[in-house]
Design a protein around this ligand. Structure first.
Ligand code: PXG
Length: 481
């Protein structure tokens, strides 16, 4: 650290109980700009503006270092399902740290929280699942998927089956395999990705590709792209298909009802493994424990992370179905893969407590029966705003599209030019007015904590409406409408 940075660091007070007065926001921002490389960030732009410093969370609210209260429409980053400030989780973590802060699961050892969590996850998962492989994140979970799928086919005597099919605009993480599975062109352009034998098909985005079809017709067409790719790659070379039940970071793309059952039929027809990336959809987000259950999928593997601990401590993993587990366990030999922190006892203790909360407070059922339908109604009202073309929700995820002129449905709206970045303008207003909403192009999305009450959903929707008004005023003023 440079001498002046060290002095600056020493001058910053970090109070135990956050007290707005005690934070020197400017000093923190300067240190941040000087030393902290953030994920997916244009640092030149950030340096000019200064990062917002988040200091506290309680329930569905956050506070920044200047004392602003913010309603967190994004659950941190799609993960704080149980909400902030759960003393039961921090106490479970503390107890585990006092008892056994770490031990590895290599070399024929194990630990109590990891064993208990593996058993509990298998209990929660659909019936075809029997085992869990733990990782530290969703990206590591998807790297594990790639290695495990290929290992499976080796064990089955078909090493030629190495191709994994994914989708454009999917997000599966930032490691080499995670980013390769993902379908983000901007990520592939940096670092020579994708790695070999990963190919991408179109996403089931009705608004973008479904013109002239009913949603259900389009679902079958989009699933058909999988069969076309299997035939193009050669069915004897295809190992697996991976997809998020509902695409999250790609913009909350909710597939038509017909899509996943048809994908399942095609995977079965060609004997291809189906992998559900449930890093976002798992642990109640869609009103079921796993999104696959809602979507009519019967996956062989499920990757998970985020909501398993509500983000309190990093943890991810792969739920392994009996078909693959049988090969790994019974056909013998090492699977040469694993992480220091696989089955970290502290992370597993946090997960056990988090799952207890989700169960005891019936949060998954609440999403299905109460809060999810309420969010749907709130977004249906937001769709009446002059700037909103259409809005969709599924459980506790929602998206709405900002458009230049409304139409009768998603296919006859008039869009803003991409370079105007109306979504980013809108996101700025949200952030400045106490609500966190993500922008993916001109699609604005939320994924609130599952504990958000109906009243808080109304409060969030009111703030969103006001910020849509502010965005509309800007857009008029700039002559974009
Ligand atoms: N799969 C999915 C479906 C994800 O959403 C990952 C894998 C990777 O997980 P880790 O724990 O390695 O980050 C994710 C992560 C965004 C955003 O902009 C979304 C994620 C991460 C960062 C940003 O919406 N999702």
């Amino acid at each position: 650290m440079a001498a002046n940075s060290a002095a600056l660091a020493a001058s910053i007070a970090f109070p135990r109980v956050p007290d707005v007065e005690a934070f020197d926001t400017r000093a923190l921002q300067q240190l941040d700009a000087a030393h902290y490389l953030h994920p997916f960030t244009d640092h030149a732009a950030l340096k000019d503006k200064g990062a917002r410093v988040i200091v506290r969370g309680q329930g569905v609210y956050l506070w920044d270092s200047e004392g602003h209260q913010i309603i967190d429409g994004m659950s941190g980053l799609w993960c704080v399902n149980a909400g902030y400030g759960r003393t039961a989780i921090s106490q479970a973590v503390y107890r585990q740290m006092e008892t056994l802060p770490f031990y590895n699961s290599f070399f024929n050892t194990t630990n109590v929280p990891a064993v208990r969590l593996a058993a509990e996850l298998v209990e929660l998962a659909p019936p075809q699942f029997s085992h869990v492989f733990f990782t530290g994140s969703g990206s590591e979970a998807n790297d594990t998927v790639v290695r495990m799928v290929r290992r499976y086919w080796d064990l089955m005597g078909k090493p030629g089956r190495s191709v994994i099919i994914s989708r454009r605009n999917a997000y599966h993480g930032s490691t080499m395999a995670g980013a390769s599975l993902g379908g983000m062109a901007g990520m592939h352009a940096q670092g020579g990705l994708p790695i070999p034998d990963i190919v991408h098909i179109g996403q089931p985005n009705y608004a973008e590709h479904g013109h002239g079809m009913s949603e259900n017709e389009f679902g079958l067409v989009a699933a058909g792209w999988l069969e076309e790719q299997i035939l193009a790659s050669g069915p004897e070379r295809v190992a697996a298909f991976i997809g998020e039940p509902v695409q999250g970071a790609g913009g909350v793309i909710i597939p038509p009802h017909t899509y996943w059952p048809e994908v399942q039929r095609i995977c079965d027809k060609y004997d291809i493994l189906l992998v559900a990336d449930e890093v976002i959809c798992g642990f109640g987000r869609l009103g079921t424990w796993f999104g696959s259950e809602l979507m009519g999928m019967r996956p062989d593997l499920i990757s998970f992370a985020k909501g398993v601990t509500s983000g309190y401590v990093p943890l991810g993993g792969v739920l392994v179905g009996k078909r693959v587990a049988h090969a790994l366990v019974e056909k013998g030999g090492d699977f040469n893969h694993g992480f220091t922190y696989s089955g970290h006892p502290v992370a597993c203790a946090a997960a056990l407590e988090n799952l207890r909360i989700l169960r005891e407070e019936r949060l998954v059922e609440k999403v299905a029966l109460e809060t999810g339908p309420h969010l749907k109604a709130a977004f249906a009202e937001l769709a009446a705003h002059p700037l909103v073309g259409h809005a969709e929700t599924c459980g506790m995820v929602a998206g709405l599209n900002l458009v230049r002129r409304k139409g009768t449905g998603p296919h006859d709206c008039e869009h803003f030019a991409r370079e105007l970045q109306v979504g980013m303008l809108c996101r700025g207003h949200m952030f400045d007015n106490g609500v966190i909403m993500r922008a993916v192009g001109d699609r604005m999305i939320v994924a609130p904590p599952l504990v958000m009450t109906k009243l808080q959903i109304d409060e969030m929707a009111e703030r969103i409406w006001d910020c849509l008004d502010l965005t509309l005023a800007d857009v008029y003023q700039r002559g974009w409408i």
